[in-house]
Design a protein around this ligand. Structure first.
Ligand code: NAD
Length: 465
């Protein structure tokens, strides 16, 4: 039996950040991880997918080298080397986190934890069974890919994003189920690599949770790159053979059958609540995750839950990290909170999508009188310099007092640009404050300034109407 101040279950971006913060505040921390330091994000999520997306981007850009006056032979893909780079990047970042934990004095225990009582965990590891008693326990066990109840879904030809990362060969064709973040990133990547892609989305538009214009921008862009998009559609059956599968797709109008080498399922994720013995610890939960209050405290005294396993906030790595710090601070008696009004969402497609705050539809539904400013990147100097003029910036603001309610970006570097909107919303900034802030020239950021100006019909780099 060992004693500690914090026992944290799961070393993903929620758990390891919580461990670092707790140690920074002087606490003794044991971090228990059954599989990999860095969790899904570093090992089979955000980082490896972004690494593959970068290779796809380089490949697509090299194919356009002549546009920039560069004569180069047609590029080709060495899939093995693409994979080697992905593995190296993951290794470097996992190594970095491991070092940070070591230097912070966090004890990482390799094993699987479950509750014996509210303050006691049993950890099963190679060394056998051990118990740990902790003043505070943080559950950060993450999530896993959800599976649809479709006939034939169990086939090895049907993969999730983890299996897609380990494909031995680049497929010639793939059908992706789900037009959310994961489906869109893979659709974009495969399209750039030259794979034939069919994307099937149940709802009427891609990225259905984000501002309508973002989904429309993505649809146009992906279609231009040869992706076949089917919305209001679902897959009802998958018949697999040695070389591929026959997929039955249903829309309200018809049933179609298409042949494809693989099916990639990306229809959301489920929280990892199983196997923790949560009932024993008096922690309330459901299939949707662990119940927490706005301090991230569960129903059991001294027990907190953060990240994808907690039923609070969107399932995003950066939300998990913030929740980790907040849970630790609250456990130690600080009064910490999270502002969910300014959570940026990014899709690392090509071009990227990034969004923070409310869409105009959402703002109207919430009773706001809104004004919208929009600026096409085709009018922005840096976008033209870069040879990447596709996309736009859209600002949503309150009509009367100009308060910024949302920023929605479709275009290169959207995930970096969205920070201006994130901080604006977080600080209750107004259009006037963006307008009077000097933006560097020539940058894509100037398009945010122009979008803000255009909300008041004051854009300077749009022809007067
Ligand atoms: P998601 O919820 O973002 O998207 C799932 C999509 O599948 C939705 O558009 C949904 O309408 C659709 N869908 C559901 N059932 C369907 C069906 N039967 N047929 C066709 N379409 C169906 O989920 P995801 O893309 O799997 O991502 C999982 C989680 O991971 C999300 O919370 C996401 O935000 C997060 N994530 C984030 C990033 C990022 O920040 N860049 C990247 C990957 C994943």
């Amino acid at each position: 039996m060992r004693r500690t101040e914090f026992a944290i279950i799961g070393a993903g971006p929620g758990g390891y950040v919580a461990a670092l913060r707790a140690s920074q505040l002087g606490a003794k921390v044991i971090l228990i991880e059954k599989q990999w330091v860095g969790g899904v994000c570093l090992n089979v999520g955000c980082i490896p997918t972004k690494t593959l997306l970068r290779s796809a981007e380089v490949f697509a850009l090299m194919g356009r080298a002549a546009d920039f006056g560069i004569a180069a032979p047609a590029p080709s893909i060495d899939w093995q080397k693409v994979q080697v780079r992905k593995t190296q990047v993951v290794k470097q970042l996992v190594g970095g986190v491991t070092t940070l934990l070591e230097k912070a004095g966090v004890e990482v225990v390799s094993g699987e934890a479950r509750f014996l009582t509210t303050d006691t965990l049993e950890v099963k590891s190679k060394a056998g069974l051990n118990s740990i008693v902790a003043d505070h326990i943080i559950i950060a066990t993450g999530s896993r890919a959800a599976q649809l109840p479709i006939a034939g879904i169990q086939s090895p030809r049907v993969i999730d994003s983890t299996a897609a990362l380990a494909l031995k060969k680049l497929p010639k064709s793939i059908l992706i189920i789900g037009g959310g973040a994961i489906g869109l990133e893979w659709a974009s990547m495969f399209a750039d690599f030259g794979t034939n892609v069919i994307l099937v989305e149940l709802l009427p538009r891609l990225a259905p949770l984000l501002d309508r214009d973002l989904g429309e921008g993505l649809t146009f862009s992906l279609k231009q790159r040869g992706v076949k998009i089917m919305t209001n559609a679902s897959v009802s059956r998958i018949d697999s053979g040695h070389h591929g599968c026959l997929v039955t797709i249903n829309t309200s109008a018809e049933e179609t059958k298409v042949k494809t080498e693989y099916v990639l399922s990306a229809v959301g994720r489920l929280p990892n609540v199983e196997g923790l013995n949560l009932k024993e610890a008096e922690v309330s939960y459901s299939r949707k995750g662990i119940t927490v209050d706005n301090r991230l405290a569960t129903t059991a005294r001294g027990v907190f839950a953060i990240g994808d396993v907690a039923m609070e906030g969107p399932m995003l790595a950066h939300v998990a990290s913030r929740q980790g710090a907040v849970a630790v601070e609250n456990a130690l008696g600080y009064n910490s909170y999270i502002d969910y009004t300014a959570v940026p969402t990014c899709i690392f497609s090509h071009p990227e999508v990034a969004s923070v705050g409310m869409s105009d539809e959402e703002a109207r539904l919430k009773g706001y009188d809104v004004k919208i400013g929009k600026f096409a990147l085709g009018n922005n100097g840096k976008a033209i310099v870069n040879g990447e003029p596709e996309g736009f910036i859209k600002v949503v603001a309150e009509a009367k007092d100009n308060q910024i309610l949302g920023l929605h970006i479709f275009g290169p570097h959207a995930s970096d640009l969205v920070l201006e909107g994130t901080l604006s919303i977080r600080l209750d900034a107004t259009l006037d404050e963006i307008e009077s802030t000097i933006h560097p020239h020539p940058t894509l950021g100037e398009a945010i300034l122009e979008a803000a100006l255009s909300a008041g019909k004051k854009a300077l780099h749009l022809p007067a109407s």
